[in-house]
Design a protein. Structure first.
Length: 556
């Protein structure tokens, strides 16, 4: 099926493979633990995980006592399992975040296997290295988000497609389980991609073969349990919640968006890809240009281009448009970029290599300089700006993180100096530079980042200000992220639309504050915010008049 030869120069030996695996492990493992859940996706997801840990109910995703039915619970269940498994050693939120590393590691595995299957021996590791070098992967792959499980499902599907004309049974199993993992993580996106990609591939003579159709049939059989068991159990538990998930938040929401005709953000992913998919995007463009005369006749390009355009178009017409939702698009771009390596001009490879070395070297120097300035309080402009951005932050020297950061800085210098000249050098040095900056951010700069992104200080202050004996706490304009952190860090459960019931009221933002104070039934007990975030004020009020009737708070 695929006729690409392996790269002959500088073959990847066992020793080199271990070093590449170490680079991927450092990139992946750094930043998963050692900090609180951060605003906003990280904290929101952990709120759903925390419910599973507290109640044991995995069927209905619930946050602060309220069902959140937009996504099925597979990722939250996995995170809860990791949190419980590592709870003697790690904080619950750190253990839960290991699920992100688990799914990202699987994604790297399947993208590497796809690269090897498509383009021959020696082409698997470069695919994984290109993917970890993509700027869009860096932060998101270390957050507690369901998109990482969807990404794994899509990577499994792609690998299954690459095998479908050669190993039909294994291909069908991979595609079917990929559909199922994607569905149980993000809903109907993965099944939709499967239907559209499979249909589009059948337009090409290369794919209209019995083996491919057989693989698709097997895929449907393996996907069926994933697609039916949880929805059936949910319907048995609550038909209302099932309809909220199936129609209100998914199918009906999408149909309403399509009929509305407001596609102002339809080109959003096209706009962000130049930085989000760097350096995979220019390499992929070069691969297509170099193979332009045969691109529509070779199965590997048919698969990757169809997958890219189907993913781009499908995600662009979904009701919710966010940068993180573009992660699946990186998969076909990475494999196309992998195809470019043997044909990349030496001048272009050297330009990308030196651009990466100079950029990452300069940023690393700035990060060391800024950290030292904060530590010594040298009154430089950058130091004053950093202190103003995170008021109340008290820098302290931590020997362990300092030596880790210094060690990896030296290792990066050695990597740049010692890596042999090859077409892989540019992407390897780029991935190494990305990893260096991430290590510096998660060692030297982690206390500074955690100071502004964590809700711990605010929740502790709020907890101390609350009366020892009080009833329920109502909330006004308090987001789901904040409610999740109040529940986890302070055991404070807030109730929406319960101002007439509760004797305490927590409000967020100036609008909610004005509404509370205009009622003249509340007296302010406390005011606070996350450190360094003055635009996010929280205020706690207590009712001034007696409550004659206190109806019970409805439970989900």
């Amino acid at each position: 099926m695929f006729s690409y030869p392996p790269i002959q120069e500088h073959p990847i030996t066992i020793a080199k493979a271990w070093l590449l695996a170490l680079l991927c492990a450092v990139w992946l493992g750094t930043g998963l633990v050692g900090h609180d859940p951060w605003q906003s996706d990280d904290a929101y997801s952990f709120g759903l995980v925390y419910h599973i840990l507290q109640s044991g109910d995995w069927l209905v995703p619930t946050l602060a006592g309220e069902p959140h039915m937009d996504k099925p619970p597979l990722f939250y269940m996995t995170a809860a399992l990791f949190a419980k498994l590592f709870s003697p050693l790690l904080e619950l939120h750190d253990g839960a975040r290991l699920a992100s590393g688990f799914y990202t590691a699987l994604t790297l595995l399947f993208i590497g296997l796809s690269g090897r299957e498509l383009f021959g021996r020696g082409r698997g590791w470069p695919a994984a290295i290109i993917l970890i070098g993509c700027l869009g992967m860096l932060v998101r792959s270390h957050e507690l988000i369901t998109d990482l499980a969807l990404l794994t499902g899509c990577a499994m599907m792609l690998y299954g497609y690459t095998l479908s004309l050669r190993r039909t049974l294994l291909a069908g199993m991979l595609i079917g389980n990929g559909i199922g993992i994607g569905f149980m993580s993000k809903g109907f996106i993965a099944p939709t991609l499967f239907v559209l990609i499979s249909t589009a591939l059948l337009l090409f003579h290369t794919w209209r073969m019995r083996s491919f159709l057989f693989s698709l049939g097997i895929a449907l059989l393996f996907a069926l349990p994933w697609l039916t068991v949880w929805p059936f159990l949910l319907y048995q538990r609550s038909p209302e919640l099932f309809m909220e998930w199936f129609w209100t938040l998914n199918i009906g929401h999408w149909l309403g968006y399509i009929q509305g005709g407001d596609y102002a953000e339809a080109l959003y992913y096209v706009k962000i890809l130049p930085w989000f998919a760097w350096p995979a995007l220019p390499l992929a463009a070069w691969a297509v240009w170099e193979a332009r005369r045969r691109v529509l006749h070779e199965a590997e390009f048919q698969l990757l281009l169809v997958s890219f355009f189907v993913m781009l178009l499908t995600l662009s017409v979904l009701p919710n448009i966010k940068e993180v939702f573009a992660l699946p698009i990186l998969l076909p771009l990475t494999l196309l970029a992998n195809a470019a390596l043997p044909t990349l001009r030496r001048g272009a490879a050297n330009a990308l290599d030196w651009f990466g070395i100079m950029t990452f070297g300069f940023v690393a120097i700035l990060m060391w300089w800024g950290w030292a300035g904060l530590l010594r309080d040298n009154h430089a402009k950058i130091t004053r700006w950093l202190k103003d951005y995170q008021p109340g932050f008290e820098p302290a020297f931590h020997a362990t993180t300092f030596w880790v950061a210094l060690t990896f800085t030296v290792l990066w210098v050695l990597l740049v100096w010692r890596v042999g000249r090859s077409m892989r050098r540019a992407v390897l040095n780029w991935a190494g530079g990305v990893t260096l900056l991430w290590v510096l951010a998660m060692t030297l700069w982690l206390p500074w980042l955690d100071n502004g992104k964590s809700y711990r200080g605010m929740v502790v202050s709020l907890k101390q200000a609350m009366p020892k004996h009080h009833g329920c706490v109502a909330s006004l304009d308090v987001g789901d992220t904040q409610r999740a952190m109040l529940q986890y860090l302070g055991n404070i459960t807030t109730h929406k639309q319960a101002q007439r019931v509760c004797d305490l009221l927590l409000v967020h933002g100036e609008r909610a504050t004005r509404l509370a104070e205009e009622e003249r039934a509340w007296v302010k007990l406390w005011e606070g915010n996350r450190k360094g975030v003055k635009s996010e004020p929280f205020r706690l009020y207590q009712r001034t008049e007696a409550i004659t009737q206190r109806p019970e708070i409805p439970q989900p």
